[in-house]
Design a protein around this ligand. Structure first.
Ligand SMILES: [Zn+2]
Ligand SMILES: [Zn+2]
Length: 154
């Protein structure tokens, strides 16, 4: 943490702050997200109460709870769960990929991340009342390696 800034990568590294609705839980995450997408699956719709969940993925150790860890409500097991504030219920992030990654619910970020959602996934289970009106690539389920031009795998 105290290393001097010696490379352009270091110089550009930022830390983003995020928090729940009531402010009991705050987290810090490196602005080094590897991918971001809008997920239309039924679980994400129910977890957020919304048409889809914009999320950004990053290695689990790049996110830490800076206050209110004792207010976290975990739904799932250690290697795969949703983490919410137990006071206000905000979905903050999900631990995924056998515990290696977290998917930050982008709506809880206070700061503006460098990344933007680049695709819609699980469009096959999209809410029928919601229309996607942008030009981002759409995938029926997970984005796959055989992505359209400009797409990358999740
Ligand atoms: Zn809260
Ligand atoms: Zn989902």
């Amino acid at each position: 943490m105290e290393k001097p800034v010696t490379s352009p990568e270091r110089a550009s590294a930022r830390t983003l702050v995020g928090k729940c609705q009531c402010g009991a839980v705050h987290y810090a995450v490196a602005d080094e997200f590897v991918y971001a997408a809008n997920c239309h699956c039924a679980n994400c719709r129910r977890a957020t109460g919304s048409a889809f969940k914009p999320f950004a993925g990053i290695a689990r150790d790049k996110l830490r709870i800076t206050s209110g860890a004792d207010h976290l409500m975990i739904f799932g097991d250690d290697d795969g769960h949703d983490a919410r504030c137990q006071a206000c219920g905000s979905l903050l992030y999900s631990v995924v990929r056998d515990g290696a990654f977290v998917h930050v619910a982008m709506g809880t970020l206070v700061d503006d991340p460098a990344i933007r959602p680049s695709k819609h996934i699980f469009v096959g289970s999209k809410a029928p009342w919601f229309a996607i009106t942008d030009d981002l690539p759409q995938y029926a389920a997970h984005a796959v390696a055989a992505a359209p031009a400009g797409g990358e795998a999740v």
